[in-house]
Structures are given as C-alpha cells and as structure tokens.
Design a protein around this ligand. Structure first.
Ligand code: SAH
Length: 358
C-alpha cells in the first residue's frame, strides 16, 4: 500500500527496537502505546511528552489513523452501534458495538472485521456475497477499536473477531492485532475477553493450538450433517468438521480459554435428529454450544419460528447439551451476525457474483 506506514501495526517489542535504533530511549515505546490506545489520540501532535522534533519525525514516517470514519448507525431497539470505515485504498469495512443485557450486563463487545469481503462463500452470509477483496492489516483491525471507542465514547471490555472475513485466512495479522489489544499499557484487553471465530480452517486451528495462543476460540458449525454443511459452507469440503472435533478433543488444552461452537439456527437444521447429532458431538463437555437464530437477508434461507426454537432447546435440554442462546442485536441497522456487507458494496457484489440478481 502506498503512503506512510501505519504506526498501529507494531507491537511493543518492535516499537522499542525502532526507538533504540533511532537513538531514542526504548521507554518511548511504552509512552507511544499509551498515547495510541489508552489515551486514544488521533495524531502525533497530541503526544506532548515527546519533543517537537520527535513528533515531527514520527509524523513524517507513520500515520496514526489507518481508517477513515464513514458512517455510524445506532439501533433504536437495543443501542447497538454499527460503524462503516473506508480503508486507504477505498475498501469498506464494518464494526459493531454491542451492549449486553441480562446476565451479561455490563459487557461491551466490539465485533471486528478481519478482511475486506470474504472468500469462504457461506451461502447464508451477507459478507460472502462480496467475495474476497483483501486481508486487513493489524493496524486496520486495531484502528476499528480506536475509532469505535472514540465515536461511541465507550470503553469496550470484550473483543470478537466475528465481523467481515475469516480470521484464520489472515492468521498473522489477526494474532498481531490481538497481541496489540492485549498489551498492558495500551487497551489492556484481557486474553479471556478476546475471541477469534473461524468457520473451521484446520490449518489455522492447529496453528492456534500449537502456538498456545491464549484467546478464546469459536467455531461456526451451523449444520450437523456433513453433506448438508458442505452445501451451505463450502469450507467443509477441505476441512471436515468431524476432523476438527477429533483435533479439539485430542489437542485443545484443558488449561486453555473458552471453546465455543456456534450454531446458526435455520428452519431446516433444528430437527430432533440434529439435536441427537449435536449430543454425540458434544460428548466432549468442555465445548459450549452457542445458538444464534438466523438473521434473514437476501440469501433465501428462513429463520425458525419461536415455537420451533423452543422445541429444539427442549430437545437439547433433555439430552443435556450445554448451550447458550444468543440474542440478535442491531437488527434494524443490519448490524446483526452475518449481516455486515459494507453497504457500498451491495450493488457491486450482486453484479459480480449473482449476475442480474434482483
Ligand atoms: N468467518 C468467521 C467469522 C465471521 S462470521 C466464522 O465463520 O466464524 C461470524 C458468525 O456469523 C459465524 O458464526 C456465522 O455462522 C454467523 N453468521 C453468518 N451469517 C449469518 C446470518 N445470516 N445469521 C446469523 N448468523 C450468521
């Protein structure tokens, strides 16, 4: 990408090295991280404990902002906020700020995008329709958090990589962003409050376990029958969920953070047979099943009725499958799960992927 480098791409270690090699004290790195994340300033100019000369030098080489704010929508139903950002090369990505209620009251979650578009092609997801555009830099993920905090005036305490894109197809940058968000003198978001969500990329899951990444892991299952899953989630073909389940049973360490399996409920995947297959899969009882009702869009799939959901929950209850049901947030602003499309793409995506689809 042309232009200045993004300062938010660098970890504390790299910044220390940078300052040392340019004749400054390495503690400047900690001060810089503090300005960028704890104080969340928008320019080097504001870093008043740096000399003018240093501020000028940093400004010549780096930019503080990686994204340009484009739009903000606030849900009238539940206060969910959806943000649209433009990248330097003119792509559009979205982030969502979600305020939990009930037993999770006080939890403030930011849902981040990891890619512009997505290559995974899940047939019920709006982002998939855009197709893949490119991976986001770590700075473009970290800056989503900076800007959502700045514009909302709220300090989130929870981060999920569940926005646009497949985090494990952009593994290095996502891990780098998570590390920067966790840094103690910056955002200081606990590793227990960072969740990476994948549609099930085996190579990524293996690497995540091998490297002992301390974050929570969520895997989107969405169908219990492999054939049927492959039809709605093409990723199943090269990455069978059966294999993932074995891998997790064997290797996901007991000391590790939370492991969740996400199941988006449609009207055709919540039969008693599905409940039975889930029961079998969830013999491994450390896994928590997270049920989300499908958000309807232009994909043609139907959400189940309240009664059907209640029946499915009863089935699972009887079979003793540990589960939580996630409420859908921000439906009126298309900020709910699987609805992020970077509104500017709607027309383009249809033209590119669906011919004359109206
Ligand atoms: N690629 C990653 C993260 C982005 S998708 C993943 O697959 O996990 C985040 C979540 O939104 C996934 O669990 C996905 O199954 C869910 N999702 C996608 N479209 C949806 C829709 N229309 N309604 C409800 N959830 C949806």
């Amino acid at each position: 990408m042309i232009g200045k480098k993004f300062i938010k791409n660098y970890t504390i270690g790299e910044l220390e090295e940078y300052f040392r090699s340019s004749g400054e004290k390495s503690f400047r790195a900690r001060q810089l991280m503090n300005w960028l994340y704890e104080k969340n300033v928008a320019s080097f100019r504001e870093m008043t404990n740096f000399s003018l000369e240093l501020r000028r030098r940093l400004d010549l080489e780096f930019s503080v902002e990686a994204l340009e704010f484009a739009d903000r929508l606030v849900s009238e139903i539940d206060g969910t906020e959806k943000y649209l950002f433009t990248t330097r090369d003119g792509e559009h990505i979205e982030s969502v700020l979600i305020k939990s209620e009930g037993e999770d009251e006080g939890r403030l979650t930011v849902c981040l995008s990891s890619q512009a578009g997505c290559a995974m092609g899940c047939s019920f997801c709006e982002t998939a329709k855009i197709g893949f555009i490119r991976n986001l830099d770590a700075a473009e993920m970290v800056d989503q958090l900076c800007q959502v905090r700045r514009f909302s005036g709220q300090r989130n305490n929870n981060v999920v990589f569940m926005g646009m894109g497949e985090p494990f197809m952009n593994y290095d940058n996502v891990m780098r962003a998570a590390e920067i968000m966790n840094y103690s003198f910056g955002f200081h978001i606990s590793v227990r409050k960072i969740t990476v969500s994948t549609c099930g990329i085996i190579a990524g899951i293996e690497r995540f376990i091998e490297e002992k990444r301390p974050y929570n892991l969520a895997i989107s299952l969405n169908d219990t029958d492999p054939e049927k899953r492959a039809r709605i989630m093409p990723v199943e073909r090269g990455n069978p969920f059966g294999e993932i389940a074995l891998l997790l049973n064997e290797k996901f360490p007991a000391s590790h953070n939370r492991l969740t399996v996400v199941y988006v409920m449609r009207d055709d995947n919540i039969s008693t047979e599905d409940a039975k297959r889930l029961k079998k899969m969830f013999r491994y009882n450390r896994i928590k099943l997270n049920l989300i009702p499908l958000n309807e869009g232009s994909h043609g799939y139907n959400a189940p009725t309240e009664q059907d959901i209640a029946r499915f929950l009863r089935d699972l209850e009887i079979m003793n499958v540990p589960k939580t049901v996630r409420k859908s947030f921000g439906r009126d602003i298309s900020g709910a799960c699987g609805q992020l499309s970077g509104k500017k793409y709607t027309g383009i995506a249809r033209a590119r992927n669906f011919g004359d689809y109206k």
